[in-house]
Design a protein around this ligand. Structure first.
Ligand SMILES: [Zn+2]
Length: 135
């Protein structure tokens, strides 16, 4: 089988500890999740790895009151679409008092517990966003 141009270890490991995507050096478009090819430049683009700061602003958000299985303890919680400073968009959970939630608010990333597997006790960590104190 032909291997993907985004190595598997990269997707499995690096993405846990940072926000890794790609960017096209030709047109400076950023991609998250990482794309091996620039959708603008196609084969003319030169795509390299890019680590996002994770800082951005809230584009849209919604408060989840009825959580799916495994997330019940966390409900209600907010999820949203974050526009990263580089321009890429990412969906994620937004931590913080709901009354501070608003579109356009600045957020920064934190690594937090995402969910706890009740059967095997495994705690899964991942990235969430917190509303920046100053905004
Ligand atoms: Zn490009």
């Amino acid at each position: 089988m032909h291997t993907s141009s985004v190595p598997l270890y990269w997707r499995l490991q690096k993405s846990k500890y940072g926000l890794f995507g790609t960017k096209c050096l030709s047109c400076n478009t950023h991609f998250y999740p990482p794309k091996p090819l620039c959708s603008e430049c196609r084969r003319k683009g030169r795509v390299v790895e890019h680590q996002f700061s994770g800082k951005g602003k809230i584009l849209t958000f919604t408060i989840i009151r009825t959580a799916p299985e495994g997330f019940e303890k966390q409900a209600p919680y907010a999820i949203g679409i974050i526009e990263l400073d580089e321009g890429a968009k990412i969906a994620g959970q937004i931590v913080g008092p709901f009354e501070r939630l608003a579109t356009g608010k600045r957020v920064r990333p934190v690594f937090r517990k995402i969910y706890e597997d009740s059967d095997d006790g495994i705690i899964h960590y991942g990235m969430k966003f917190v509303i920046d104190g100053k905004s």
